[in-house]
Design a protein around this ligand. Structure first.
Ligand SMILES: Cc1cc2nc3c(=O)[nH]c(=O)nc-3n(C[C@H](O)[C@H](O)[C@H](O)COP(=O)(O)OP(=O)(O)OC[C@H]3O[C@@H](n4cnc5c(N)ncnc54)[C@H](O)[C@@H]3O)c2cc1C
Ligand SMILES: *[C@@H]1O[C@H](CO)[C@@H](O)[C@H](O)[C@H]1NC(C)=O
Length: 457
């Protein structure tokens, strides 16, 4: 039997609770204790907690501490932190995984390890390499971050008729260079046009600023005047209220953050991309055309700006490699209700993804592991190969994939913890003819010996 570990159950491909072979679910949802230490600005969070529960507990203790994780309160920290985890504080503080300082996990031999007993390699691997390949994470110790007493939020919409193309085009040049305290993402989707009732595309500019309206207005005038932000577009609130605001809840009652049930569950397919050069207006027009299509009634693209803190962290610090050089990330999503129509919608989002190929990162075309997508490659059934796993592995991890493989060889050589996109426990080596051959641990020691150069006859 295989084992599937579930914390919040939000895996986009259901890998925490679906398998083609007989399996056991280890569901951690009862493991949801959270203890916040205000003085040390840290917290222990059990893996089955949701980020909503975590935000609630932090805010209960302090109005000026926060944590840089995701926007949707029902996401579980077990999967989310082990795949990176980002939200509106990304430009100021990086990812959730960048702010983990210790962890407790069970390894394949049933031992309970912490940072010092697991060693820095394994501790490195579980902060962004996906939890499912290495063991069962029981809890994280995290560094909390400072947030001001009052933050400012706004959401401004612009349709095609209101020059959305040029404003989005401009955003690509400035959003990653803004002051670190300013995060403006764009939410693109189809709406009815107010002019003729036909279809149009709307760009929502959705923002968190870590400061007051007084500071924000001149900053916006200087760095992004094209958006035309006015004082009346802005609302000042506590950081915890901004969490409710971004997840679409009324800001009055925090209790909803404790509710683990995701509202409005529907069929969906999602994908991700990283953009390293601004897309031309012609390129954007082609995107619009696809978003106006029949299947795109409930589709969206979310553009999340990088830069700031993300540029300062090296791409090797943790397995998550998408750092300096990335302007923004795209999240593609399509929702639908009728099960029979699934293939049509999935085909549509694949068409959109194909269309985007010239405009996004290449060699490899990178992707975010927390937006799990089995289209980009899966392991072979049974025992996979390094070559096969590299197809998806390099997209999620770039060159960090090899180090993840080395850790896997060390901690789970028999590949007990595995799924369609788990790290394989063997490296391949080139022989002299340049062909791939598979070796197990033997190859690994060669790899070390020749410090990353492999010579195998
Ligand atoms: C509605 C929604 C909103 C989202 N919003 C954001 C967002 O704002 N920012 C962002 O970065 N991501 C976001 N995501 C993606 C999210 O980060 C990932 O889906 C994440 O992996 C979910 O973690 P989970 O614990 O809920 O999922 P699960 O399905 O429980 O787990 C995901 C993967 O991690 C493994 N795993 C889970 N727990 C453990 C553990 N304790 N030990 C070892 N392995 C484990 C599972 O086996 C599985 O492979 C969102 C997802 C959804 C569905
Ligand atoms: C939790 O959220 C779900 C989905 O929105 C809702 O159906 C349920 O009533 C909520 N539970 C509580 C206790 O509020």
């Amino acid at each position: 039997m295989q084992i599937r570990v579930r914390s919040g159950g939000h895996d986009y491909e259901g890998l925490s609770y679906v398998s083609q072979v007989p399996f056991v679910i280890l569901d951690l949802f009862n493991l949801c204790e959270i203890s916040v230490d205000v003085e040390k600005k840290s917290a222990w969070v059990q893996a089955g907690s949701t980020i909503g529960q975590l935000y609630y507990k932090i805010a209960e203790k302090s109005g000026t501490l926060g944590f840089p994780a995701g926007l949707c309160p029902t996401v579980g920290v077990g999967g989310h932190f082990s795949g990176g985890g980002y939200g509106t504080l990304l430009r100021k503080y990086g990812l959730a995984a960048d702010n983990i300082i210790d962890a407790r996990m069970v390894d394949v031999n049933g031992r309970i390890l912490d940072r010092s007993s697991m060693g820095e390699d394994l501790f490195w691997a579980i902060r962004g390499g996906g939890g499912a390949s290495f063991g069962v994470i029981l809890a994280w110790k995290i560094q909390l971050v400072a947030v001001p007493e009052k933050v400012t939020v706004f959401t401004i919409d612009r349709t095609l008729e209101q020059d959305a193309i040029n404003i989005v085009h401009r955003w690509q040049y400035v959003a990653h260079k803004f002051d670190k305290n300013l995060f403006i993402r764009i939410y693109l989707g189809r709406v009815k046009s107010s002019q003729d009732g036909g279809r149009t595309i709307r760009a929502l500019f959705n923002s968190l600023f870590l400061g007051s309206v007084e500071t924000l207005l001149p900053l916006m005038k200087e760095s992004f005047p094209e958006l035309g932000l006015q004082r009346e577009d802005c609302t000042e609130m506590r950081w915890i209220e901004s969490i409710l605001y971004f997840s679409g809840f009324p800001t009055e009652s925090r209790d909803v953050l404790l509710n683990r049930t995701q509202p409005n569950v529907r069929h969906f397919k999602a994908k991700s991309d990283y953009v390293q050069k601004p897309i031309s207006t012609n390129g954007l027009k082609g995107m619009w055309k696809l978003l106006l299509g029949e299947e795109a009634e409930d589709a969206s693209m979310i553009l999340s700006p990088y830069g700031g803190r993300m540029d300062e962290i090296s791409e090797y610090t943790i397995p998550f490699p998408h750092r300096a050089g990335n302007l923004y990330k795209i999240h593609y999503l399509v929702n639908w209700d009728e099960e029979e129509a699934s293939q049509r919608y999935i085909n549509w989002i694949r068409r959109l993804y194909n269309y985007m190929a010239p405009y996004v990162s290449k060699f490899p075309r990178t992707a975010y592991i927390n937006y799990r997508d089995l289209d980009i490659g899966v392991n072979n059934k049974g025992n996979t190969s390094y070559a096969q796993a590299s197809i998806w592995g390099r997209k999620y991890f770039k060159n960090n994939f090899d180090r993840l493989v080395q850790v896997k060889i060390k901690v789970d050589p028999a590949n007990f913890f595995r799924n369609e996109q788990s790290i394989p426990p063997f490296l391949s080596c080139w022989n002299n003819n340049g062909k791939w051959i598979h070796r197990e641990t033997k190859c690994f020691s060669l790899f070390n010996m020749y410090s990353n150069k492999l010579f195998v006859d």
